[in-house]
Write a protein that binds this ligand. Sequence first.
Ligand code: PRP
Ligand code: URA
Length: 230
Amino acid sequence: MRLQSLNYSFRHSSHFELIMFPLPANVICLPRTNQIDALLTMIRDKNTTRGDFIFYSDRVIRLLVEEGLNHLPVVEKTIVTPTGNEFKGVQFKGKICGVSIMRAGEAMEQGLRECCRSVRIGKILIQRDEETAQPKLPPDIKDRYVLLLDPMLATGGSAIKAIEVLLENDVPEDKILFLNLLAAPEGINAVTSKFSKLKIVTAFVDQALNEKKYIVPGLGDFGDRYFTSP
Ligand code: PRP
Ligand code: URA
């Protein structure tokens, strides 16, 4: 059953019953395909080596960026082809930039660069459970659509802090697109109940958080597996 593609997700109870709940309208989940299922299986597996974890995460990140770009507005643009004929096409309406939540979000920067050549990228240093955030953002960020990058959405605390920093820097909420690899329902609820105008694009919504606030079944600590584990 692959109803996540229809904007639905599953919650597994402790008795393994499937309880379906609709995702909020501003949450887009990647379509469930054999490919995405296989990629996610690789990165969830605790026996996957760091090299494979990086390779398969990068594949999912690339799919997330491609899907995210589908949600940016375009305006009409008419061009002339080499045959001398006109073609009524489109171009993106505004400038974009990426903002990664350090450290794990930095793993998503390359995927964005592969799709958007010379894209500006800012960073926000946020540690889970800490109140402070240290941003380094493009000076004209308020005039750009912002692709916020963090692979893990657990309690939502880090994402909410990052979004608040963007809003304090005059980025309109409806110009924020949060690209995320794995989300917990708790994080989705926390972010969307506070911010209804931004969009979240995620690859999968998991079951829940465990007592340590890790996503389950999850994939463990993304930053450790991508940047440091053997
Ligand atoms: C991880 C992850 C998110 C955050 C998600 O970062 O990359 O930023 O946790 O959890 P939350 O939704 O409960 O805030 P962490 O602070 O562990 O740092 P890291 O990126 O260095 O691994
Ligand atoms: N950050 C991670 O890397 N993994 C989780 O499950 C939760 C937060």
